[in-house]
Every structure is written in structure tokens, then in C-alpha cells.
Design a protein around this ligand. Structure first.
Ligand code: BJW
Length: 241
């Protein structure tokens, strides 16, 4: 069976996305050579608890700048196609490493956020979420006075346990698994496509560039997400995104 036939017959589609999924919405990736955030900034200076402890204001301001980029961005046809696919297939689970909320904004319903969400903030000590975005850099927690921080997962921090467990669990019943726009380098999320393949899913990578998963995928589409996903939707279900 080819991918289109498999999508039509799928009982449970699992989709795993990374920063490349949002690149065509204008949200920079991390590791692309010219345009990725890590070409310009060092992750250890900005995306670790140690960086926040040493330079809270610098880290807060960097996230405030990125939050602005995300707020200006809109989901593209690829995000919309994934939301449409969810209506066509009996069960679909979307696991994202992205913190930009674009899948929700596109209308996807069953979304697992593995690395948090940049539009939320919480206390770095008591963990309490905060709805307000005060002007200070960084602002104090209204409850305990410690600094507020973005509600994202930094290097060296654990992923939200329920989200991680649910992500591995859905790999057990996936019949098709799409890995889209991720370099498949950051653990433990990067294990998911390998796990899905091991457990019997038909695995597909959608990425213009090779990744450590490419050689293990059953099928590789060397295309950008914005092009590939609406076409898959159209070919499988006769509907444009
Ligand atoms: C397109 C496209 C288009 C472009 N269409 N595609 C085991 C071994 C080794 C190391 C570790 C390990 N276990 C844990 C670690 C340490 C670490 C890790 O994995 N390090 C590696 C880098 C070596 N992991 C952690 O620290 C994690 N915590 C953890 O495991 O806790 C337990 C523990 C702690 C300490 C030791 C051991 C265990 C936490 C990871 C948190 C990651 N956080 C970030 C930042 C989030 C907040 C923020 O946004 O600032 O998450 S880092 C960054 O990388 C972000 C992403 O979600 C994540 C993945 O990146 P992604 O999405 O794959 O993006 P890119 O840029 O890498 O790739 C983009 C891809 O798109 C490319 O392939 C392009 O080709 C493609 N593309 N245009 C389709 N149009």
C-alpha cells in the first residue's frame, strides 16, 4: 500500500512536528544553518535554567521578542491541512515540540505539547501560572515574588510527564506516523519516530533536509510542509486545505 492508501485506511494517525512545521509561517527554526536561532544565539546562554538564573533579564527579553514573532505569525496551509486530516481519520494525535501554539490556532484539537508554550508564563519557583504579562523584565510572581519565566522546557529540564507518557503510548496504536519538520536531534522527543517504527507504524518523514531518522523512515518526502501536507490531504480525501 502506498501512503495515500494508508492514510485512507488509517485508524490512528500520529503526527509529530518540529520547528520546520512553523518555518513557513515566519517562526525561525533552531538549527537551520543560516536562519535558525542557534546560528545567532547560543542555546546555553538562553534556553537553560542556568542561563535564566545568571541573566534573568536577558532570557526574559529574548523570549519576549520571540513571543512577538509568534503573535504576528499565522498558521499556513500545512497547519490547516493537518487540522482537516483530523476530521477525516477516526483518530489522530498531533505531538508537537513547537511552543508557538500554531496547531491549536489552525484548529487541531488533539495536540500534545512536549516542550511547553511560549505564550504562557509561570513562576520559576512555585510553578503557578500567571495570566498577566507585567512590564518588568523579568516580572515577579504575584504569589511568591520569585521571577516569572516562559512556560517552556529548557535543556536539562524534564518534559511534562503526562505529555511524554501519552506520546509514547499513542505510538503503540499508530498505523501511520508522520514526522514533520524536525531535525530529530533533541531527546527524548527524538525517540518517538523510532519507537513508532519499531511498534509497526508506517513512518514518513517530511523534511527538505536529511535527519538521523531518514534512513529508518519507510518513506521520505523531501519537501516543505506547506507544500506536502495540502497535497496529501487532497490526494487522500479529495479536499483542498
Ligand atoms: C522544514 C522546513 C519546512 C525547515 N518544512 N521541514 C540523550 C542523549 C543526548 C542528550 C540528551 C539525552 N537526553 C537528554 C539529553 C539532553 C538534551 C538533548 O537532547 N540534547 C541534544 C541536543 C544532544 N535534552 C534535554 O535536555 C531535554 N530534557 C531532558 O531530557 O530531561 C531529562 C535529562 C536531563 C539532563 C540529562 C539527561 C536527561 C529537554 C529538551 C528541551 C528542548 N528545548 C527546546 C527549547 C524550547 C523552548 C524554546 O522554544 O525556546 O526545544 S531546544 C529546541 O530544540 C526546541 C525544539 O522543540 C527542539 C527540537 O528542535 P526541532 O523542532 O527539531 O527544530 P530544528 O531547528 O532542530 O530542526 C528544524 C527542522 O525543520 C530541520 O530538519 C529542517 O530541515 C526542517 N525544515 N524548513 C519541513 N518548510
Amino acid at each position: 500500500m502506498n501512503l495515500i492508501e494508508r492514510l485512507k485506511a488509517a485508524k490512528h494517525l500520529v503526527v509529530f512536528t518540529g520547528a520546520g512545521m512553523s518555518a513557513e509561517s515566519g517562526v525561525p527554526t533552531f538549527r537551520d544553518a543560516q536562519t535558525g536561532l542557534w546560528a545567532q544565539f547560543r542555546p546555553e546562554d538562553l534556553a537553560t535554567p542556568q542561563a535564566f538564573a545568571a541573566h534573568p533579564s536577558r532570557v526574559w527579553d529574548w523570549y519576549a521578542w520571540r513571543r512577538g514573532l509568534v503573535q504576528k505569525a499565522a498558521p499556513h496551509e500545512g497547519h490547516i491541512a493537518l487540522a482537516e486530516l483530523e476530521m477525516k481519520i477516526p483518530k489522530m494525535t498531533l505531538i508537537t515540540q513547537n511552543v508557538d501554539g500554531l496547531h491549536h490556532r489552525a484548529g487541531s484539537r488533539t495536540v500534545i505539547e512536549l516542550h511547553g508554550n511560549i505564550t504562557r508564563i509561570r513562576c520559576s519557583e512555585c510553578g503557578e501560572p500567571c495570566e498577566e504579562f507585567p512590564d518588568h523584565s523579568p516580572p515577579p510572581c504575584p504569589l511568591c515574588g520569585a521571577y516569572l519565566r516562559p512556560d517552556v522546557v529548557w535543556f536539562g529540564e524534564s518534559l511534562p510527564r503526562e505529555a511524554l507518557e501519552a506520546s509514547f503510548r499513542v505510538c503503540e496504536t499508530a498505523d501511520v506516523f508522520l514526522s514533520i519538520g524536525t531535525s530529530t536531534l533533541v531527546q527524548p522527543a527524538a525517540m518517538l519516530p523510532f519507537k513508532a517504527r519499531e511498534l509497526g507504524a508506517f513512518t514518513v518523514e517530511i523534511n527538505p533536509e536529511p535527519t538521523p531518522f531518514s534512513a529508518s523512515a519507510h518513506l521520505v518526502l523531501r519537501e516543505p510542509a506547506r507544500l506536502a501536507l495540502p497535497r496529501l490531504l487532497l490526494e487522500a480525501f479529495g479536499q483542498p486545505a
